[in-house]
Ligand binder design. Structure first.
Ligand SMILES: [Zn+2]
Length: 121
């Protein structure tokens, strides 16, 4: 079963199921073993990464957004790494002016529905 099919969209009590924790989109996923918040919501990017991997994330794995935009859940922007690798990456990114410039560019590159117009910089 694909992660998306576990999210409850076929449930007869379905009443939507998208919830926003700040900027990160959470999907109602009552059967997921590792919910991210409120016991039943999983971040959309976690579901997408798990679909790409074909398995659930391990406890020490985290989904990193390559361009730093946590709303940009295109598969090419997602990378599954360990917690310690993740801290290193962010430390490096925050000292990289080009990376910060690209983040601004990507965020301004959306249409009015929040979809991206171009490819990753
Ligand atoms: Zn990250």
């Amino acid at each position: 079963m694909k992660p998306y099919e576990r999210t409850g969209s076929k449930n007869s009590n379905w009443k939507g199921g998208i919830c926003y924790d700040r900027l990160r989109k959470g999907i109602y996923s009552p059967n997921h073993p590792n919910p991210n918040f409120n016991h039943i919501y999983v971040y959309e990017y976690v579901l997408i990464a798990e679909e790409m991997l074909g398995r659930y994330l391990k406890k020490d794995e985290i989904v990193h957004h390559r361009n730093g935009d946590v709303c940009d859940n295109r598969p090419e922007n997602l990378e599954v790494i360990t917690q310690s690798e993740h801290i290193l990456k962010h430390t490096k990114d925050l000292h990289n002016e080009k990376w910060k410039e690209n983040l601004k560019l990507n965020i301004s590159n959306r249409d009015e529905k929040g979809k991206f117009r171009g490819r990753l910089q």
